[in-house]
Design a protein around this ligand. Structure first.
Ligand code: ADP
Ligand code: MG
Length: 357
């Protein structure tokens, strides 16, 4: 039984459709991400869960209750805003305890719960500081503690780490997951950053112009994108236009004049012979070699290296095929001493297993 049921939800602003017919189930204890480019309707969907916006049509059910008549403050959810919205004149502990004071919770209990929350977000030492005396990362922790203190069943987070620099953001992602797991709560996060969604979420919905176009675990959406849009949004891809030769339940063979070869995949495709499709191959799945690979039955083409990017931990190779098509390949640099390094103008073989197309 899903904890949050979103059914055929549409949100229009005048004639503009911001959220378009979204159907989504979110289960208890999930860390669910709404991922998509700016303007695709993520925040609007989150605000409908919080009750700050009303769906134009469709229904939202949380914990078995239809939310259409339930105001924000009576919903079992709390929202953490992008801007943190801390009260500047209050100390850290006053900010965190604010929600409980509003509800006339006894002083001793407030003190106890504030201390517990500050411990959770590792801010106990800075309890007396004011927001202007805190770094971005510390403000983010205070906002999180404040959003959690009322023990919501669902925490909604709108781009919670957007203001932090890259390294801090990565550390904080893992902390968020730890907190979510230790409290056993349901988190719904909005982000436009695919790495962030991949890192924190147990499942995600990828959004495109108001629609949830694919829903799945990070592994499912990365390995089995259901559209070119999803494949390209979730990282680098080589794309070849192809025609289907043979499509079955668990295998597909296509012919690609662009790549100059046939491409085999070990996934089924609901398509007819002759139909135009795209083959999508990620740069890190391709093996690059100066010698013809031993196993050459599947997916092997040759080309000339025309550019190399050295990134320290890995190198990026750009290869031109005889057809003129360009292929990007990334390879981890495991050793400093490469016996036969690949250089410009080298002829190379590119190969990848059927599981990579
Ligand atoms: P995201 O969070 O994915 O960046 P939003 O949900 O904020 O996207 O917005 C989706 C679209 O709806 C945008 O084009 C935005 O301009 C529009 N929109 C959002 N809120 C309103 C509003 N209150 N009035 C009119 N248009 C809005
Ligand atoms: Mg937004």
């Amino acid at each position: 039984q899903p904890f949050i049921k979103i059914r055929d939800v549409v949100k229009k602003f005048d004639n503009f459709v911001a959220v378009d017919d979204v159907w989504l189930d979110i289960y208890k204890g999930e860390f669910f991400a709404l991922l998509g480019p700016s303007g695709c309707g993520k925040t609007t969907l989150l605000r409908m869960l919080a009750g700050f916006e009303t769906p134009t049509s469709g229904t939202i059910e949380i914990d078995g209750v239809d939310m259409s008549e339930v105001p924000p403050y009576r919903r079992p959810v709390n929202m953490m805003f992008q801007s943190y919205a801390l009260f500047p004149h209050m100390s850290v502990e006053q900010n965190v305890g604010f929600g409980l004071r509003q509800e006339a919770v006894p002083r001793s209990e407030i003190a106890h719960r504030v201390a517990e929350m500050l411990e959770l977000v590792q801010m106990s030492e800075l309890a007396r500081r004011k927001p202007h005396q805190l770094s971005g990362g510390q403000k983010q922790r205070v906002a999180l503690a404040r959003a959690l203190i009322k023990r919501p069943k669902v925490l909604l987070l709108d781009e919670p780490l957007g203001a932090l620099d890259r390294k801090l953001r990565e550390e904080t992602q893992f902390e968020l997951v730890n907190i979510q797991e230790s409290l056993g709560l349901t988190f719904v996060i909005v982000t436009h950053d695919q790495d962030e969604a991949m890192t924190v979420s147990t499942r995600m919905a990828i959004m495109d112009r108001g629609r949830a176009v694919q829903i799945g675990t990070p592994g499912e959406v990365y390995e089995y994108p259901n559209s070119l849009y999803v494949a390209q949004f979730l990282g680098d891809v080589n794309v070849f236009e192809c025609r289907v030769i043979d499509a079955g339940k668990d295998h597909t063979t296509v012919d690609s004049p662009e790549a100059g070869c046939q491409i085999f995949a070990d996934r089924g495709l609901d398509a007819l012979g002759g139909q135009e499709v795209y083959a999508v191959i990620r740069p890190e799945k391709i093996e690059i070699s100066k010698t013809l690979p031993v196993e050459t039955r599947h997916n092997c083409i040759s080309g000339i290296v025309y550019d190399i990017g050295y990134l320290g931990n890995m190198s990026v190779y750009y290869v031109r095929l005889v057809t003129g098509a360009k292929v990007k390949v990334t390879a981890a640099n495991r050793s400093r001493l490469v016996e036969r390094p690949i250089t410009w103008e080298d002829q190379v073989w590119l190969s990848w297993p059927p599981a990579a197309s």
